[in-house]
Ligand binder design. Structure first.
Ligand code: DC
Length: 228
């Protein structure tokens, strides 16, 4: 089997990260969650007063701060990964609602995207990587050997995220989570800079009615075909 790049794009909470992580573990590839990188930049901006009460980012201040924002991933002995922001483990912090609510406008800033795309391309230089996000098959790795576009209804996705947050003990209600999912879909698909869209050569997967095991098996089959 040849070493390839696997790009998995899709809407927020479509389950793409779960699929991507599990595939990478099974085939011995590195997994990169590109959304975590946008979340880490957003956390930095929030903690440095660069996002106002209405959720509007101070674009110039964030661009000026980019050289001071170092994002990395630490792999733990059990294979799980932690997102590191300037050497601090922010994995839990970046998943909170305050970051989810602020991240889309930050991810729409062209200079932020350019900086993170360059980092993502460097991470994939040696191939053998599974990366998930919104623009991996269209912008980051347009030549990826396997591109998947994952979709599911907004309600299905909101329910998944809601359960995930409840399991972590968060105090949230479903309507707020659904509103956040719909709002982010809109920003992600309508932004000027690399909006979320399916690459022409991506394979679509609607996983609304599939179990995790079914999705995994489907993805492994796609990988086997692409890497042979
Ligand atoms: O996948 P996620 O929910 O963790 O992504 C967080 C935000 O980052 C979301 O608003 C979309 C954005 N994002 C992006 O614009 N490009 C990527 N490659 C990954 C995420």
């Amino acid at each position: 089997m040849k070493k390839i790049i696997i790009a998995i794009d899709g809407y927020s909470s479509s389950g793409k990260s779960t699929m991507a992580r599990r595939l990478a573990a099974e085939i011995g590839y590195r997994y990169i969650d590109s959304g975590a990188m946008y979340r880490a930049v957003t956390l930095y901006a929030l903690d440095h007063g660069m996002i106002d009460a209405q959720g509007q980012p101070q674009t110039d201040a964030i661009i000026a701060a980019l050289p001071n924002i170092d994002i990395d991933f630490k792999v733990l002995p059990d294979g799980s990964q932690r997102t590191m922001l300037n050497s601090v483990d922010v994995e839990d912090e970046i998943r909170r609602l305050r970051v989810s609510e602020a991240v889309s406008p930050v991810a729409a800033i062209a200079e932020v995207r350019h900086a993170l795309v360059a980092k993502q391309q460097a991470l994939g230089a040696g191939k053998g990587i599974v990366m998930d996000g919104r623009d991996i098959g269209t912008v980051v790795f347009p030549d990826a050997e396997l591109k998947i576009f994952v979709d599911a209804s907004a309600e299905t996705r909101a329910m998944r995220r809601f359960k995930e947050m409840m399991d972590k003990g968060a105090d949230v209600n479903y309507e707020d989570v659904l509103a956040n999912v719909v709002h982010r879909d809109k920003i992600d698909t309508t932004r000027a800079e690399s909006p979320l869209r399916r690459a022409d050569d991506a394979i679509s997967l609607d996983n609304s009615e599939m179990t995790l095991q079914e999705q995994h098996q489907w993805l492994v089959d796609q990988y086997k075909q692409a890497a042979q």
